[in-house]
Structure formats: C-alpha cells, structure tokens
Ligand binder design. Structure first.
Ligand code: BGC
Ligand code: BGC
Length: 622
C-alpha cells in the first residue's frame, strides 16, 4: 500500500486513480495540445487500422469502432480481445498514453461475434412487457462484449417506430414512447449501477438516434441509394415531436445516466415555421447543445453516426464546423478521419470553432474514459471470456424468446400443442437461424444462414416432442400425415437500415437480390400455409419478422392459431417452449398490427384506429 501510494505521487495527477475523475480530467486537459484534443474527438473504423495500427498513434485517434460485420480473423472472442488490445497498445504509445475506447453495435447481444448469445431484437423485448428482463439481457450482452474487448455499445435504440414500413422498426421497443422509456432499463444493464462502468462485465451505453428516427415520413428519405423512410424527414409540430421522439431521452439522461447519445441521420421540419426548411439532426444545435446538454443536463458525450456529418449541406469544412458547433463531441469517421482532424484543426485556428467547444467535447470524452477505468486497465479483462455463449446466457435468451411470443389468434384452443400428435413443420423460416436473428448479426444486413451457433425453431420443436415423429418440408410438398398438426413458420429475410424499408433498395448477396420488402408473406409461404392448413387436423402459423406482416383475410380464416415470434435470435427453442406449453404465452403487441399496408402508419391513439390487432393485444395460455 505504501509503495502504491508513493508510486501514485510520482505519477502525473491524471494517472493517479486516487484523485477524483474531475481532477484527473482537468489535469489531463491542461497538458494536451490542440492536435491531441482533436484526436480524442476522432473515431476511425477497424478496417482502417487493422493491418497497420500505427495511424492510431500518429493521428492520436481517441476511439475505434467495428461497423456491422467488421470483424477480426478468425471471428473468435480471443481474436477480438487480441485485436482491441493491439489497437490499445498503439494508443498507449502516444505522448500522454490516453487509451482508446472501442465501440460496437451490440444491439441484441454482440451480434458481430461468432458464438455470442443472440437475443431477440428490441421489438421482441418490447412484447415481453418485462423491462427487468431487458435489463438482464443487456447485462449479459455487456459481459460478452467487454470480455472480448469493446467497452462501448451503440445501444439501446430508444426509437419510437411509428411507421412499420421503416426497416429499423425491429430496433424499436415499440410505437408508444412510454413503453420505450420503460425499456430504458437496458441502459442500467449495460452500464451497471452508478460507479460500475469499470467492472469487467459492463459497457458504456448509447441512446440513439437522437431524435425522431422513427418519425420520418414515408418517401422523404434523402439517401442516395433509394431508401424510402430511413434518413428521412419528420414533418411535425413541436408538441408531437416532443411526445413521440424527444420524451424518451429525458429518463435516458436523467434516470439512467446514459453515457453517450448518437444523433439521427434524419431531419426535422417544424410545421410551425412553414414547410421546406428541414434541419439535419447532426446540425441541430438547438436540440443537441440546447436541449440535450443544457436543459436535460446530459453529462456524457455525443457521437456522430457513421459519416453522419457528410449529409449536412455545404462543403466538408462547413460540415465539420456546423456539427462541432451543434454540440457533437466525437466523430464516427470510418475512412475520412485524417481529413476530419486536419479540417477541424484549421477551423479552430481560423476562429470558427472555439477552444471552449473543443474543451467541452474532450472533457466529456475523457470523463467517460476515466469512469470506464481505461487508464487503470487499458487491456481486456478476459476473466469472463469463457462465459461468451454460455449455457446460462443462452438460457436467459431462451426465456426472453418465450416471453416475447405474442399469441394473436387461438381457435379451438389449438395452442399449446398437446403431446401425442404428429407434427408437420413447413415454411421458409422454420429452419434458418440467420433469418430468425435478422439484421445486425454477423454482418450489417444479416443473412440467411446456418452459421450462428444456437437452435432453430425446428430444432426446438424436435427437442420438445422428443423422439416422436416430426416431418419437415419447407415448401409443404411432402404429404401431410392424417391427423397431424401443422406448424408453418413464415416471414421475412434479414435486412437492416434502408434495405428493409418497404419500397427501398434490395440488398444482394453475390449479385443475387434479396426478396423485396413489402410486409407481405412470400408466395411460397402463402402456398405452404394453404397446403398445410388444408390437410392438417389443426394448423399454426408463426410469423418470424421484424414487424407486423399483412395476413389476407381468407388466409387468416384457414389458420387455427397465429403467433408473432419477431426476430428471436440464436435460441429458437424458446419459440417451441410456448408452442408446447412449457411456458405460457404472455406477450403483448408493442406495435399495432395493420389489416392492410395502406393503413401504415397506424398507431394506438389514432383517429379511426382500426387495426387487425391493436397495440397491447395478446392472448394468454397457461
Ligand atoms: C447506424 C448506427 C450504427 C452505426 C455503426 C450507422 O449506420 O445508423 O445505428 O451504430 O452505423 O455501425
Ligand atoms: C457498416 C455499418 C454502417 C453502414 C452505414 C456499413 O458498411 O458496416 O456499420 O452502419 O455501413 O452506411
């Protein structure tokens, strides 16, 4: 102890863990050059420094991220930790030895990492109506993320998805801002109680995308690839925008003390001052500096979205200056990080960005780095690395899956299924773990695959009927045995930003375009439902999707039981748990389920509200 004390006295004050974070931040700040400060405000992407990490040292970069699907080779927990530590060594080679913070989209588990526990996407968690469960899921996610290196997640999305045609609807806990606010307990799961950010099983959280990402009008997207909603414009009045889009940030900041906030790619066009003058959220000084920081008292830092400032009107210098002056503190610049630094430096030297603004940004970033314990433990604490994908973690995910199932229809009490009957399984999503995980899993847009360790819904059904006969025929071409019960698992193929927008561009895999996103069942799935429901004694349809899909009236008539399974992730067995009554159905709709696509956007509280199933709907079983 005496030795440690004297060593601490010799160290520079900011290196002394016995001092307060506040004292350490101001000591460190007072030693930094402008170049070093600008470096702290800069985040580059893994791909730019993977082969050669020296730019982290030479450009004094403050942070590195992994974009969707940006992974080390091989994609193992150990390789992740080795990579993050290698980048960290490059950061510690700088004059002041300021560590980097590594960020990643652990939005439903650490989906980028092979072998991680993959939880249901947020829309499924919203259906559980159990924020405590979401907190536990976030804690496991934090543990698996931090044990493999990254100390920061770009989650949770506290978006309120108002138009289900939006391809990010599944990242939302639901269409009701109060429901979303309740699920901000996820922030506690990520960050732990106050003062615990430096624990080996916690990460810094991000409330995103500030604000109005789920409120953009269909057809207003300004994205050049042809998105229809994402990156669009919320045309709205101030009161409605406050209620639908800003209100979730109040508890995120005040109650849950979220460590970072990411602005939205979208814009807001207030109706009060006439139409046609939208403001990009990345340029919105009133809402970032004014509301978030000054009025709400946000003490963390604001991280721009991926090249988000490139969407601001004007030349590069204007984009940099406008966004810094709007209040953004750190800049996600996967490739342009060097020119970002030189440009910001020039803007400060020209007096167009104040030193006060720079100091505010750097102070906020350093505060979180100290709180994360990075100065004391810059390298990955690998004690929990074997917990990644553990049985206990998967058991929690499986429970979350079961609780997220929403029973929409249950004629003749078809569900739960009674043991004894032969089960006939069909449909495109019965045996595809990639489809049931959705976007942001192993890659940005996700993909159909059997690569993710875990169980498919079919695996779960097989295990549940133990040994008894199951027929699996995806297209329902195999004959349906007399007296059997049919389970047809239909739904979407994966998508993420933009490519999931209805009417948006089609993502393609090696030149093969994915099915169009239109919120309809595919022709093959419709046919499978017809065949099975016609021949089986009873038929159950399970919809695996990131949002409600339109079920035509005639088809709905054929179906005995209908279940919304959302995007359950790696533990498909949780779906089987409710089918066979191992767990009851208790889930409730977090969004309104429309009758027709023309009803979108449709939300609880609308005038003439007439959905197929209302917000909150969900039958219970015992
Ligand atoms: C998304 C963010 C994400 C970031 C990093 C952006 O395109 O909008 O939600 O955190 O990429 O992958
Ligand atoms: C990255 C994502 C990012 C997106 C933004 C992708 O290439 O992998 O992380 O969100 O680009 O356009």
């Amino acid at each position: 102890m005496a030795d440690r004390r004297s060593a601490a006295r010799e160290a520079r004050p900011y290196e002394n863990a016995d001092l307060s974070v506040r004292a350490r931040v101001s000591d460190l700040l007072s030693r930094m050059t402008l170049e070093e400060k600008v470096g702290q405000m800069t985040q580059t992407e893994r791909g730019s420094v993977y082969d050669d990490a020296t730019p982290i040292t030479t450009w004094k970069v403050g942070s590195v991220l992994s974009g969707g699907g940006s992974v080390p080779t091989p994609n193992t927990p150990k390789a992740w930790a080795d990579m993050v530590d290698r980048f960290q060594r490059a950061a510690l080679a700088t004059r002041l030895r300021i560590p980097i913070v590594y960020g990643i989209d652990s939005v439903h588990g650490d989906g980028n990492m092979l072998g991680a526990t993959v939880f249901p996407h947020n829309i499924g968690l919203g259906a559980t109506r159990d924020p405590e469960l979401a907190r536990k899921a976030a804690h496991v996610t934090a543990e698996e993320t931090r044990a493999s290196g990254p100390q920061w997640t770009f989650a949770p999305c506290v978006c309120v998805a108002l138009d289900d045609r939006w391809g990010r609807t599944y990242e939302s806990f639901g269409e009701d801002p109060r429901l979303v606010a309740r699920f901000e307990k996820a922030i506690d799961g990520f960050q732990g109680p106050p003062g615990h950010l430096d624990d080996g099983d916690r990460v810094l959280a991000t409330a995103k995308h500030y604000a109005g990402d789920g409120d953009a009008d269909y057809g207003t997207s300004t994205n050049v690839d042809g998105y229809t909603i994402d990156q669009g414009i919320a045309v709205t009045n101030r009161r409605a925008f406050w209620r639908n889009s800003l209100s979730p940030y109040v508890p995120a900041v005040r109650r849950h003390k979220v460590g970072s906030v990411m602005p939205s790619y979208s814009s807001v066009d207030w109706t009060e001052d006439g139409l046609g003058n939208p403001i990009r959220m990345h340029a919105n000084r009133e809402l970032i500096s004014g509301l978030l920081k000054e009025k709400l008292g946000f003490r963390g830092f604001v991280i721009s979205d991926w090249q988000g400032i490139h969407h601001i009107p004007g030349d590069w210098a204007t984009q940099v200056r406008t966004s810094v002056n709007a209040g953004i503190d750190m800049f996600m610049e996967p490739t342009a990080y060097q020119s970002f630094e030189t440009t910001l430096l020039a803007e400060v030297n020209a007096g167009r960005v104040s030193m006060d603004r720079i100091d505010d940004a750097v102070r906020r970033i350093l505060r979180k780095k100290f709180e994360l314990g990075l100065f004391e433990h810059p390298f990955t604490d690998r004690t929990r690395i074997d917990e990644i994908g553990s049985r206990a973690h998967r058991a929690l995910a499986r429970r979350a899956v079961a609780k997220s199932q929403v029973l929409l229809k249950n004629r003749h009490r078809t569900l739960p299924l009674r043991p004894g009957r032969h089960v006939y399984v069909a449909g495109s999503n019965a045996d595809d773990i990639g489809n049931q995980a959705g976007g942001w899993t192993l890659s940005w847009q996700g993909g159909s695959s059997d690569e993710i360790p875990g169980t498919t819904i079919l695996d779960g059904i097989r295990a549940a009927v133990r040994g008894r006969n199951v027929t699996h025929s995806a297209d329902a071409s195999a004959p349906v045995p007399e007296g059997s019960v049919g389970v047809v698992v239909v739904g979407e193929t994966p998508y993420a930003e933009g490519f999931g927008d209805v009417g948006g561009p089609q993502w393609s895999d090696d030149g093969v375009p994915r099915p169009v996103k239109d919120m309809q069942l595919s022709a093959a799935d419709r046919l499978a439902v017809d065949r099975v429901c016609e021949a089986a004694a009873r038929c159950v349809v399970i919809v695996v999707s990131g949002r409600p899909l339109i079920i035509e009236r005639a088809q709905l008539e054929e179906v005995d039981a209908l279940v919304a399974a959302w995007l359950p992730g790696s533990e498909g067995a949780g779906v089987a748990d409710t089918l066979f009554g191992r767990r009851p159905f208790t889930g409730k709709l977090p969004v309104s389920w429309p009758r027709t696509l023309a009803q979108e956007p449709i939300n609880v509280g609308d005038r003439d509200y007439d959905p197929l199933y209302p917000f909150g709907w969900g039958l219970r079983t015992r």
